[in-house]
Design a protein around this ligand. Structure first.
Ligand code: BGC
Length: 453
């Protein structure tokens, strides 16, 4: 008899997460297409046909079914739905209906994200979330989405990682519009997204009384490099803003000082949350950049000798860290709503470290559920290799390897490991024993710097 050492409750959701720009292909109407054409992709690649979902998502949905998934998260491309201001596309709706139907007919509950970093060019031209009308424009789009798809979907994620969107676009310059060190703008954008979330929450519920409306946040463990008060203060600031900014807004609490003085309020989002998606990948270390040469922007770095996946073009992707699940769950349980691990993964072309990361993250998820936290699902990022934003095709996150030139999909060993965990609704003793300890050759010595979160 098989010994399952970490079993999950019946009905636990096993999924993969995806996003429109990274999977669909042929998206030319959003701000990322322009960013790409302006030469900002470090690998020099272009997104192109991506994973070709606009033509044939069904091929990958078959892979999902073969894995035994009972859930999937996709996103809608706002620029397909509303290619020009107030012009709506029925063709886009028809294709999304086909994709969602195809997923449902293969046994998957479909979570739909309404904004996963991309939006129409016309919205970017107005200033995106710095435009005072942004929450209203987003609300119109959400209303259209629920009216067109509400008979097939009731799990909505308004925004993917507003914390990453604001930090990468306005502090680090890694995402469009490529602004750097604009803390005021970053806080204004975060506040506007929270107002937009509140408006979207209301309209989704008005149009669909059974809707479940959540949001996905990226949670990073920030670790002080030394037992030094300055390092600890930096950690406090990163944690307060990056990890807990969304939490403060949803609870109607001001951000800690000094951010409270700069951050706009968003009373319309308070308490408006039916679930939280936790996107958990990394630990980063913080050494306050005073008196010594900074190791990375804002004192963030990744030391040698910690588990890492493949490096990004100019830096480490971060320490791969299954333990992030616990503080993320603890922090967001304060909202009293269901939680899903909505993304977890590692860039790893050769599947050197993914089995360890995945098995242990699932184990941590189960530990939190066993302790009484309302964790209802685990979604891996991702099914197949996909277009990784400013890193292009360089970073490979798939359970399946994708050759973008031929479209061929090849299972990595992690795909079979995930399939067996899903089939057992738990982790077998031998799987845990095999993967619990990090392989000896885990540490990646190539890079200690870090340029993004
Ligand atoms: C984002 C995904 C991205 C993944 C890997 C997440 O923060 O939501 O779009 O591909 O991280 O970097």
């Amino acid at each position: 008899m098989l010994a399952i050492v970490a079993s999950f409750p019946p009905g636990f959701l096993w999924g993969v997460s995806t996003s429109s720009y990274q999977f669909e292909g042929a998206n030319t109407l959003n701000q990322w297409h322009d960013w790409e054409r302006a030469g900002h992709i470090r690998s020099g690649h272009s997104c192109g046909a991506a994973c070709d979902w606009w033509t044939n998502a069904e091929r990958d949905l078959d892979l999902c079914a073969a894995l035994g998934l009972n859930a999937i998260r996709i996103s809608l491309e706002w620029s397909r739905m509303e290619p020009a201001f107030a012009h709506w596309s029925d063709t886009a709706v028809m294709r999304y209906r086909e994709i969602i139907r195809a997923a449902r007919s293969r046994g998957m509950r479909v979570f739909v994200t309404l904004h996963h970093f991309t939006h129409p060019r016309w919205f970017e031209a107005r200033g995106a979330f710095l435009d005072g009308h942004a929450p209203e424009l987003f609300r119109h789009y959400c209303k259209r989405a629920v009216r067109s798809l509400g008979d097939l979907v009731s799990d909505w994620v308004t925004f993917n990682e507003p914390n990453v969107y604001a930090a990468f676009g306005y502090l680090l310059g890694d995402f469009p519009p490529g602004r750097v060190n604009e803390l005021n703008s970053a806080l204004s954008v975060l506040g506007a997204m929270m107002r937009a979330h509140g408006e979207a929450y209301d309209v989704l519920h008005r149009e669909q009384p059974g809707a479940q409306v959540g949001m996905a946040v990226n949670y990073v463990v920030f670790e002080p490099a030394r037992d030094h008060v300055l390092d600890q203060q930096f950690v406090f600031a990163y944690d307060a803003l990056f990890n807990r900014g969304v939490l403060h807004y949803l609870r109607g609490e001001p951000l800690p000082l000094p951010f409270a003085m700069m951050a706009p309020s968003a009373p319309q989002c308070v308490g408006k949350i039916d679930f939280i998606g936790l996107n958990v990948y990394n630990r980063l270390y913080v050494r306050a950049p005073f008196g010594e040469k900074p190791l990375g922007p804002g004192g963030l770095y990744v030391p040698r000798g910690v588990p890492q996946g493949d490096p990004a073009a100019n830096s480490s992707y971060g320490e791969a860290c299954p333990k992030v699940v616990c503080p993320a769950v603890e922090a967001y349980s304060a909202l009293g709503c269901p939680l899903y691990v909505l993304e977890n993964g590692v860039p790893d072309q050769s599947d050197r470290i993914r089995p360890w990361l995945m098995v242990n993250s699932i184990k941590e998820t189960r530990r939190m559920w066993q302790q009484g936290y309302d964790v209802r699902g685990y979604f891996h990022w991702s099914l197949v290799d996909n277009f990784e934003w400013s890193e292009g095709w360089r970073l490979r996150f798939g359970l399946y390897e994708l050759d973008p030139s031929t479209g061929a999909r090849t299972a990595r060993p992690s795909a079979e490991i995930y399939r067996s965990i899903i089939a057992d609704n738990g982790i077998r003793r031998e799987t845990l024993e095999r993967w619990e300890k990090a392989p000896e050759d885990l540490p990646n010595e190539e890079s200690t710097t870090y340029t993004g979160i």
